[in-house]
Design a protein around this ligand. Structure first.
Ligand code: GDP
Ligand code: GDP
Length: 436
C-alpha cells in the first residue's frame, strides 16, 4: 500500500507545476488526448526507492481561477482525512496571504506530517524571503522552485522519512480480496448489500492493510473471499458522497488493497472516460479486473444487445481487452454469482505460474519466426530466454541484447501470444526486457 502525498494551497502558488515535476514521465492515468483534465491530478512517483502517490487537491477545485475560500477549506479537510502527508505550498513572491493563514490554521490541527513549501524560489535572493513562512507556525520551511526543480530533492528526502510502513506482508488472511469500484450511483453498495444480505454472522470485519480500510469476509454458497472497504461503501459518509476527490481516493485505496476489482458501470450510461481512468489505475496496480455492467434490467434487449455492449466496451478499453464482462441486475438478482465466479477465475489466472521450460519451448520458436524489428541497420535484437518473475501478478522477463530497443508494439505482440497460450484473462501482464 503506497503512501499518499497531497499538495494543498491557494490557486496559482504552483501546485500543478509541482505535481507535474513529481510525477514527470510517469503516465498520467488518462492520456492527454482524452481531455479529462481532472484525472491528471493523481499520479505516481518515487524517491530513493520509495513509491508514493501524489494528489493535487487544487485540480479538484472547479474553475480554480476565482475559487471560493470555502472550497479550498473543503479540499484541505479532505487531504487531512484521506492522505498521509501534506505539502502546503505557498508563494514566496506574494508572501503570506489571508488565505494562507486560513489553510495554516486548519493544518495546525492535524497530527499528520505537514511540510510548508515555499515555491518560486528560483534564485538565492528569494531564498531569504522564505523565512517569512515560519510565521505560519507549522515548523520547518522548505524552499523550492517547481519550475527549475531546485530544492525538491531536499524536500523529498525529508518527506520519505515520514512515510509510514504499510507492509503488504501483514495480511490478515490468505483469502483473495475483492473490491467493488466505480462511479457514484452505479450500484456498488446495492451489489454488496445483495451479497452480504442481513446475515449478521458475516459482518465480523477484519482490519485491512491501512487503518481506514476494512475487509469483510464472505463465506457462503461455496464462495470464500474478503470484500475490501465495504464498511465505507455500505455506510456512505453523506458529507463527502459526491466529491470527486474523495471518491477518487476511495477508489485508489480500495484498488491498492485488493487482488481483483469489480469495475461496475451503469448499463444506461455506458463506459465513460472516468471509468477508463479507474480501469487504468487497476491495470497500473497490476490488479485483476472484472467489468460488471449493472442495471441490465433497464436496457431494452434484442438477442445481440450484450454482444454489442461487449464490443463497444472492448473498443474503449483497448489494448487491455482480455477481461470478463458480466451483465448484472442487482435489483433482479441476475448473474451476481456469475460475477463472483468471474472474480474467482481472474484471481486464479493472476496467480498462474508458467515454468521457464514451457515458456521458452512455446515462445522462442515464435520469436524466431517473428523477431523484433531491428532498431537500425546492424542493431538486431536477439531474445535469448524468458522466465516468469516470482511476483503476485504475471510478469515476464525477456533476456536480450538490446532491451531498450524493443518497441511497445512488439511487447504487445508478445503479450498477446502469452494470452493466447495461457489463461490470464482479467489480469494485467507485465513484460520486462533485460540485458543479461
Ligand atoms: P496552481 O494553481 O497552484 O496549480 O498553480 P500553477 O502550477 O498553475 O502555477 C501558477 C503559475 O505559477 C504558473 O504561471 C506557473 O508557471 C508559475 N510557477 C509555478 N511554479 C513556479 C516556480 O517555481 N517559479 C516561478 N517563477 N513560477 C512558478
Ligand atoms: P453506488 O453509489 O454505486 O453505491 O450505488 P447504489 O448502490 O447506491 O445504487 C444507486 C441507485 O441505483 C439506487 O437507487 C439503486 O436502487 C439503483 N440500482 C442499483 N442496482 C440496480 C439495478 O440492477 N437495476 C436498477 N434498475 N437500479 C439499480
Amino acid at each position: 500500500m503506497k503512501n499518499i502525498l497531497a499538495i494543498v494551497g491557494r490557486p496559482n502558488v504552483g501546485k500543478s507545476t509541482l505535481f507535474n515535476r513529481l510525477t514527470e514521465s510517469r503516465d498520467a492515468i488518462v492520456e492527454e488526448s482524452s481531455g479529462v483534465t481532472r484525472d491528471r491530478n493523481y499520479g505516481e512517483s518515487h524517491w530513493n526507492g520509495m513509491e508514493f502517490a501524489v494528489v493535487d487537491t487544487g485540480g479538484y477545485v472547479i474553475g480554480s481561477e476565482d475559487v471560493f475560500e470555502e472550497e479550498i477549506r473543503k479540499q484541505v479537510k479532505l487531504a487531512i482525512e484521506e492522505t498521509d502527508i501534506i505539502l502546503f505550498l505557498v508563494d514566496v513572491i506574494d508572501g503570506i496571504t489571508p488565505m494562507d493563514e486560513d489553510v495554516a490554521s486548519l493544518l495546525r490541527k492535524t497530527d499528520k506530517p505537514v511540510f510548508v513549501v515555499s515555491n518560486k524560489v528560483d534564485n538565492t535572493k528569494r531564498y531569504n524571503d522564505s523565512s517569512e513562512f515560519y510565521a505560519l507556525g507549522l515548523g520547518e520551511v522548505y524552499s523550492i522552485s517547481s519550475i527549475n526543480g531546485s530544492g525538491t530533492g531536499d524536500l523529498l528526502d525529508a518527506v520519505v522519512k515520514e512515510f509510514k510502513e504499510k507492509p503488504e506482508g501483514e495480511k490478515a488472511s490468505d483469502l483473495p480480496k475483492y473490491a467493488v469500484v466505480g462511479r457514484p450511483n452505479v450500484g456498488k453498495s446495492s451489489f454488496i448489500n445483495a451479497l452480504l444480505g442481513d446475515d449478521r454472522n458475516i459482518v465480523t470485519s477484519v482490519a485491512g492493510t491501512t487503518r481506514d480500510t476494512i475487509n469483510t469476509p464472505y463465506n457462503r454458497f461455496g464462495y470464500e473471499f474478503e470484500l475490501v472497504d465495504t464498511a465505507g461503501i455500505r455506510k456512505k459518509k453523506k458529507v463527502h458522497e459526491n466529491i470527486e476527490f474523495y471518491s477518487v481516493l476511495r477508489a485508489i485505496k480500495a484498488i491498492e488493497n485488493s487482488d481483483v476489482c469489480f469495475l461496475m458501470i451503469d448499463a444506461k450510461e455506458g463506459i465513460e472516460a472516468q471509468d477508463i481512468a479507474i480501469l487504468r489505475l487497476i491495470q497500473k496496480n497490476n490488479k485483476g479486473l472484472v467489468i460488471v455492467v449493472n442495471k441490465w434490467d433497464l436496457i431494452e434487449k434484442s438477442s445481440n444487445t450484450h454482444l454489442e455492449f461487449t464490443r463497444t466496451i472492448k473498443a474503449k478499453i483497448a489494448p487491455f481487452t482480455d477481461v470478463p464482462i458480466i451483465f448484472t441486475s442487482v435489483h433482479e438478482k441476475q448473474r451476481l454469482f456469475k460475477a463472483l465466479d468471474a472474480a474467482n477465475q481472474v484471481s486464479e489466472n493472476r496467480k498462474r505460474k508458467i515454468t521457464t521450460s514451457k515458456l521458452n519451448e512455446h515462445l522462442l520458436p515464435l520469436i524466431q519466426s517473428f523477431p523484433p524489428p531491428a532498431a537500425s541497420r546492424e542493431r538486431y535484437i536477439k531474445i535469448k530466454y524468458i522466465t516468469q518473475l516470482p511476483l503476485a501478478y504475471p510478469a515476464f522477463a525477456f533476456f536480450c541484447n538490446l532491451p531498450q530497443d524493443v518497441k511497445d508494439s512488439y511487447a504487445r505482440f508478445l503479450e498477446n501470444k502469452i494470452r493466447e497460450e495461457y489463461n490470464f484473462t482479467g489480469s494485467p501482464i507485465r513484460l520486462y526486457f533485460r540485458d543479461k
